[in-house]
Design a protein around this ligand. Structure first.
Ligand code: BGC
Length: 723
């Protein structure tokens, strides 16, 4: 681990949890053994019958005779969700999006986010959290990238592992999802992600592997899509070979909602069918209901397999503390959590461009705030992640996209800017008329344009441009006033045709319920601009692996609003090729010599950091030491990054590690990074092992993947490592 985490404990050792689970399984009647494997919807009343669910995404009845509690499962990508307001008016802390968390590069913060989510879940009566999500960003139009942790397996895996520890330390089971290759929403129910074994192990699967090692989640959710032609929830190779055999995953695999299509899933590694009601409606019955009973009865599915499913569920329940420390409905300290949400949002904001205008000086007299509903709030991502935030209802402006409402969280940047610039005249234009906004901008010292792009589960963005004419608005404002700052609230990278005409750009993602304050605090330099990109910003759509999003044309031909509908219509099956293989994001950009708009790792601090004294030693892995100095005039937080840049004479590009440090002006700190050996290795798909070839390995230290300075080389020994 890079950073020592506060805790990642459990109430019981794994062995004790296994033993207790085995005892319980042997005490179950034959009928009781079919209870925990079948999930139901989380609706408290169905067909007039009280179900026992407290209101959420999913519910699995318990076995009261044996004291086994029900599983109450809630989504939590942005906070504890309340789908369709099923728990009447129940609010929760709306955290910044996962992509914002990834921009902090801070495992401690990920742990704290997890602990906050776990605490709120537990006090509301939930004992299973349906997150974190950590599919690597493979396409920056994916409608769920905001729910994930970026494009690098090390960064995503370490942060997810820390978040899982935070959740489970509060005695709530965490569920890593969506296993695996659920990389676009268009056609998610029918597409096959076709990628080679070695490529998958070195990238997307590596993220899950690292998170599993660090966090030991109780559950994994398999994905909707197929992988190499086989449904992810029936994928013997992914579930049995990779997850359970190679990685020793001891917990259970639950399906995504409606992702089971055959009973075979039971032998291929699935342990629990979620929301069987969806399958009753779509497929005429639940697979893990009568069909499973019949198959176990006839011996077609071995009884041992059914016992294993139960044991896996129960051992996670024991290990995380669902028996020893069951949820207690109790008051939540929302005020403290709001402070955490503010801090997280500040840390996640990435200043992409700055000609020196930021941080804004208190002496500014006239400010124009333009567009992005900045008078009302900050944008939220949509779908199963949607949260009803504490304090104020969500705002849904007119003109929502497709079948879903676009929601803003009531944390107005305009109010926050006014309070930090009490002597300035701060005026607002909603930006609907670019000429009026430009006329206002011409009369002020600084114009701050807010630009938003909504993302939602079930749909991908049709392109990389900001929607709704916002590029025109920004262009008009920048033409009227060169002191224009653009603040982005997006779930993904966007293109910026106006970039060379503005003074600064800050990416605030979906910053959550204190987002307006966080943005103002960064703009005015109350805190350093500490965020670093966890994802490449392409310069143009032509740079994407698939410039035309696979399946989008077919979808548009099927349904007029298909591009923005919540659930994409069922398309005919299709395949998505992965010509980039294991080289997701910046690794492919480096290999193909593509110049991004902003590179992975990029982010501008308000102070200046200098690196020096890089030394690297080899052997079984690479260990680097170096010094970071704050050579500027303000306290700031830096994230120096170490990349593998050459291996056995051939160019490489891969994040090996990073460190994080907050330094006062003039202060220095000696830091060290030890590379996980798997980052130096190739996965040998035939032998099922990692192989590190012997030779010289060059590392480079820098502030971003495109700002590498010192280099050093060391010899690494040949090794074979088991996965
Ligand atoms: C999503 C999952 C979510 C589940 C329950 C599915 O549609 O893909 O991420 O956990 O619904 O809400």
């Amino acid at each position: 681990m890079l950073f020592a985490l506060a805790l990642c404990g459990s109430l019981l050792t794994a062995a004790a949890a296994d033993a207790k689970a085995a005892l319980l399984v042997s005490a179950m009647t034959p009928a009781e053994r079919f209870t925990l494997v079948l999930g139901e919807p989380g609706t408290p009343v169905r067909d007039g019958v009280v179900t026992g669910a407290i209101g959420s995404a999913g519910y699995v009845p318990g076995v009261p005779r044996l004291g086994v509690p029900a599983l109450q499962e809630t989504d939590a990508s942005l906070g504890i969700a309340n789908p369709d307001n099923v728990r009447h008016r129940d609010v929760a802390t709306a955290l910044p999006s996962a992509l914002s968390l990834a921009s902090t590069w801070d495992p401690q913060l990920a742990y704290r986010d997890g602990a906050l989510l776990g605490d709120e879940a537990w006090r509301k009566g939930f004992n299973v959290l349906l997150g974190p999500g950590l599919n690597l960003t493979r396409d920056p139009r994916n409608g769920r990238d905001f729910e994930y942790l970026g494009e690098d397996p090390l960064l995503a895996g370490r942060l997810a592992g820390a978040e899982i520890c935070g959740i489970q330390d509060r005695h709530v089971i965490a569920t890593m999802k969506h296993f695996a290759m659920n990389d676009q929403e268009t056609g998610r129910f029918v597409l096959s992600a076709d990628i080679g074994e070695a490529a998958m192990r070195e990238s997307d699967l590596l993220a899950f592997e690292l998170a599993l090692e660090d966090g030991r989640p109780g559950a994994v959710m398999c994905a909707y899509n197929r992988v190499n032609g086989v449904d992810a929830c029936e994928n013997d190779h992914l579930l049995n070979d990779v997850l359970k055999r190679d990685w020793n995953f001891a917990g259970w695999v639950m399906s995504d909602w409606g992702a089971v299509h055959h009973l075979d899933a039971a032998v291929n590694g699935l342990d629990q069918e979620s929301d069987a009601q969806l399958d009753r409606e779509a497929a005429g019955g639940a697979f893990f209901g009568k069909p499973l009973q019949a198959a176990v009865g006839s011996g077609a599915i071995p009884l041992a397999r059914l016992l294993d499913m139960n044991r896996r569920i129960l051992r996670s329940m024991f290990e995380v503390g669902l028996f020893g420390a069951p949820p207690q409905r109790s008051p939540i300290d929302y005020a403290a959590h709001a402070d955490d949400a503010l801090h997280a949002a500040e840390r996640g904001i990435v200043v992409l461009e700055n000609d020196g205008i930021l941080p804004l000086r208190p002496s500014i007299r006239r400010i124009a705030v333009i567009g992005g509903f900045a008078d009302a709030g900050v944008l939220s991502g949509g779908g199963s992640a949607q949260v009803i935030p504490v304090g104020h209802p969500l705002l849904a402006p007119l003109g929502g996209e497709g079948a879903q409402d676009v929601f803003y969280v009531r944390s107005p940047p305009l109010t926050a800017i006014r309070s930090l610039a009490p002597r300035a005249a701060v005026s607002f234009s909603d930006g609907r008329y670019p000429s009026e906004a430009a006329a206002l901008a011409a009369r002020v010292d600084v114009a701050i344009v807010f630009a938003t792009e909504w993302s939602c589960e079930g749909a991908d963005a049709p392109g990389l441009s900001l929607p709704g004419g916002q590029d025109t608005l920004i262009g008009a404002v920048a033409a009227a006033n060169p002191h224009t700052i653009v603040v982005l609230e997006t779930g993904n990278p966007v293109t910026m045709p106006w970039l060379d005409r503005v003074a600064a750009v800050a990416e605030a993602w979906y910053p959550g319920q204190r987002g307006g304050d966080a943005i103002a605090n960064v703009l005015f330099g109350r805190v350093d601009a500490a965020g670093r990109l966890p994802i490449t910003f392409p310069a143009a759509q032509a740079q994407l692996v698939h410039p035309d999003l696979p399946g989008l044309d077919a979808l548009l031909a099927l349904t007029a609003d298909g591009a923005r509908g919540y659930q994409t219509a069922r398309l005919p099956p299709f395949s998505v090729a992965y010509p980039d293989g294991g080289d997701a994001g910046y690794r492919r950009f480096a290999k193909e010599n593509l110049r991004p708009l902003f590179a992975f790792g990029h982010g501008l601090s308000y102070t200046a950091f200098r690196y020096g004294g890089l030394r690297v030693t080899g052997g079984a892995t690479l260990s680097a030491t170096f010094t970071v100095t704050n050579a500027g005039s303000r306290t700031g937080t830096d994230t120096p990054q170490l990349y593998l840049t050459r291996r056995l004479g051939a160019p490489e590009m891969r994040l090996l590690g990073w460190s994080q440090v907050t330094l006062a002006p003039g202060a220095s700190r000696a830091l060290s990074i030890v590379a996980d050996p798997r980052l130096l290795a190739d996965f040998d798909a035939t032998g099922g092992v990692w192989r590190i070839p012997q030779g010289a390995y060059e590392v480079s230290l820098g502030a971003a993947s495109d700002q590498l300075g010192e280099r050093a080389t060391a010899p690494v020994e040949a090794q074979v490592l088991n996965p």
